[in-house]
Design a protein around this ligand. Structure first.
Ligand SMILES: Cc1cc2nc3c(=O)[nH]c(=O)nc-3n(C[C@H](O)[C@H](O)[C@H](O)COP(=O)(O)OP(=O)(O)OC[C@H]3O[C@@H](n4cnc5c(N)ncnc54)[C@H](O)[C@@H]3O)c2cc1C
Length: 474
């Protein structure tokens, strides 16, 4: 009998459990599976709420289909008919400057433009900033190995203004960290590949338009590539629920936080939750590296050092329902992001009922503000009511809000967004080596190779495959 305990029932832990159930049947290996989840429901950050005809996402609101793991799993779970695309009639997102929203220049994706002309026309950059960006093809490529921060990369190639006005808010909106704290190799490797191959990102994009290279960015849609993002009619919570339904009920333990892990003298693991210990041949930590620290740190200082290299930030979302007549802005896009230099509490705001169908009753709109770790500190010290007023104060002139929200709903996530510092990939290799040397210990979650839902699912599935491959060692 193979005894496996998974710590965490987010999508990563659940994906690992589903894969283990399948592989053990395929290989005829009797399995005793236990998934220990600290919270009251499975799914981790995936959580959808329904209220008075509104469908609110507390955590993620979509996933990318380009990385296949989440899409394939959804199909396997029978959810294909439930998948929905972002609103095909909308093609733009905005960036805030002052109290006005400006469209992201067409073809600008995360940290680089694919075409120069839309960038030359945007009011988001000064004439000098535009001139500097246009000189990008003449900037020498950085050759040689070694990682660089997203901030240094964009400053070097396109100049400070493109970084501050465009790349920082777009990248920050996804990774919830500053560009100087993010690794270009771990977060946006394609841009570095383009620099190395073509010597310039603009040249690489032009080559792609001329059909020289098949891999690149969409030039049609601005901002994040929403056409590649999907959700479900009933929200992303449907994925967590469908995944949990594939785990035998007796294997899923809710409100079971793991407090400690200890290797035993028989080469197994002792896992303690609520003071009760259980034994397993293999354990999978499907949680953020920052949350692995208290569990693996006591095993030795090297663990603590390696895990501390992948920090995590807090974040919060605030869903706000309004009557349509009380919002003056036409909401003709998916939402907006806020540059750090605007010094606002909100990092971004999704026009949720515009982005996906079925999120609000006909004569209403659903907005969702996203807030970072500084705001979470303020929520803790000043209380939700004070921060709600501040967020409404920020949104009112931007969206010409003329009446109070019909309701609001907060969700706070502590340490759930790992971010990848420069040098991250080397650190993760060391971490994986250390785990591979440790019998019966496997790592998963969204803090290793990618920060999104498909990455977390793939990491869980990989851990399950490794366990079965390593069976002879157990
Ligand atoms: C506000 C927000 C918005 C996001 N938006 C998107 C998006 O739109 N698209 C996208 O792709 N990604 C998004 N992400 C990232 C995405 O949520 C994650 O990549 C993914 O859900 C991570 O899954 P996971 O299973 O690795 O971790 P989690 O979902 O964090 O699950 C880990 C689980 O482990 C449990 N746990 C922690 N410690 C212990 C312990 N000691 N014992 C037992 N259980 C424990 C936790 O309670 C949790 O349920 C967002 C994240 C946040 C916070």
């Amino acid at each position: 009998m193979l005894r496996v305990t998974i710590i965490g029932a987010g999508v990563s832990g659940l994906a690992c459990g589903i894969e283990l159930e399948e592989l053990s049947k395929e290989k005829n290996v009797p399995l005793e599976l236990n998934i220990l989840e600290a919270g009251p429901k499975p799914g981790g950050t995936l959580s959808t709420l329904e209220q008075d005809g509104f469908l609110m996402e507390e955590g993620p609101d979509c996933f990318i289909t380009e990385k296949p793991a989440a899409l394939e799993l959804s199909k396997k779970l029978g959810l294909e008919g439930e998948l929905i695309r972002t609103n095909p009639t909308l093609k733009q997102s905005f960036i805030l400057k002052g109290t006005k929203l400006y469209p992201i220049p067409e073809g600008f994706y995360m940290l680089a433009p694919s075409r120069l002309m839309p960038l030359m026309r945007t009011p988001l950059l000064s004439p000098l900033g535009k001139l500097r960006a246009a000189l990008e093809p003449f900037v020498k490529a950085r050759r040689g190995p070694g990682d660089e921060s997203v901030g240094a990369f964009v400053r070097r190639r396109f100049g400070r203004e493109v970084l501050e006005a465009l790349a920082q808010p777009l990248v920050g909106g996804v990774y919830n960290a500053g560009p100087d704290d993010l690794s270009v190799a771990a977060c946006l490797p394609r841009f570095r590949e383009m620099e190395l191959k073509y010597g310039s990102l603009l040249k690489a994009m032009a080559a792609r338009r001329l059909g020289v290279s098949g891999r690149g960015m969409s030039t049609q849609v601005s901002g994040a590539r929403y056409s590649l993002f999907v959700s479900f009619k009933k929200g992303l919570g449907a994925l967590g629920e469908a995944m949990a339904s594939k785990i035998p009920p007796a294997s899923l333990w809710l409100q079971a936080p793991v407090q400690s892990l200890k290797p035993t003298e028989h080469g197994t693991w002792e896992i303690t939750s609520h003071g009760r210990a259980q034994e397993a041949d293999a354990i999978v930590l499907a949680i953020q590296p920052a949350k692995m620290r208290p569990l693996l740190g006591p095993l030795g200082p090297e663990w603590d050092k390696l895990l501390s290299a992948v920090p995590a930030h807090d974040s919060a979302t605030l869903n706000l329902g309004f009557r349509l007549k009380d919002v003056g802005h036409p909401l003709d896009g998916f939402g907006f992001v806020v540059p750090a230099r605007e010094k606002k509490l909100i990092v971004g705001c999704t026009f949720a009922s515009q982005k996906f169908e079925g999120r609000a009753p006909e004569d209403c709109v659903l907005l969702r503000a996203f807030l970072g770790s500084e705001a979470v500190k303020d929520i803790k010290s000043q209380g939700e009511a004070v921060i709600l007023e501040r967020v409404l104060g920020e949104l009112t002139p931007i969206l010409q809000i003329q009446g109070p929200p019909m309701f609001h709903h907060w969700a706070v996530y502590e340490g759930s967004m790992s971010y990848f510092r420069p040098g991250h990939l080397d650190q993760v290799s060391l971490l994986e080596e250390k785990a591979a040397e440790t019998k019966g210990l496997y790592l998963a979650g969204n803090g290793l190779k990618g920060a999104g839902i498909p990455d977390a699912i793939a990491a869980g599935q990989d851990a399950a495959e490794k366990i079965i491959q390593n069976l002879k060692l157990i």
